[in-house]
Design a protein around this ligand. Structure first.
Ligand SMILES: Nc1ccnc(=O)[nH]1
Length: 163
């Protein structure tokens, strides 16, 4: 269950996604919170330079191996504006991080991209729990989904205008 006290972390993810959009990157943002509720790290998507693996969830997974103990990783929650893609879910699973909470699901994102006529991603939008059966995965969060959708609409409209 997603609790009221968790909403600020998710709002921060949306804010980071918005910063990514402003910088010309895809609108995704993520925050890693420890078992005590302390934000330990955050990042946003940084793919505009040409490396399409630069997802915030992947960055946080790698960061956590140098900064957190295995026990701290198990107790951490990764909040994210969009559900982990299979690459990031796999990284999350391999490094032994805990729960995932997302605002918008990969299924929602796929349907928006289709509506917008955006090219289909090269990686299948499988649900994160199919990749990491041992990880609790929760979402979507309806009260924030429209904000995330709006960021993706802006990103893809901007790109189709560039031609
Ligand atoms: N969840 C995500 C999907 C795609 N790209 C990202 O950076 N994050």
């Amino acid at each position: 269950m997603i609790e009221e006290r968790e909403l600020p972390y998710l709002r921060r993810c949306v804010e980071l996604a918005s910063e990514a959009l402003e910088a010309g990157d895809e609108p995704f943002g993520s925050v890693l919170v420890d078992a005590e509720g302390v934000v330990r790290a955050e990042d946003r998507n940084r793919i505009a330079g040409g490396d399409r693996t630069r997802h915030p969830e992947f960055e946080l997974a790698r960061w956590s191996t140098t900064a957190l103990t295995p026990e701290e990783r198990r107790g951490a929650t990764v909040y994210t504006s969009g559900e982990h893609c299979p690459m990031c879910a796999a990284a999350h699973g391999w490094v032994g991080l805990g729960r995932i909470v997302y605002v918008a699901s990969s299924a929602q994102l796929s349907s928006w991209l289709e509506e917008l006529g955006a090219p289909a991603p090269p990686v299948r939008p499988l649900p994160a729990e199919e990749i990491t059966p041992g990880v609790v995965v929760e979402g979507p969060v309806p009260s924030l989904v429209d904000q995330v959708r709006e960021l993706h609409v802006r990103y893809h409209r901007g790109r189709s205008e560039q031609g």
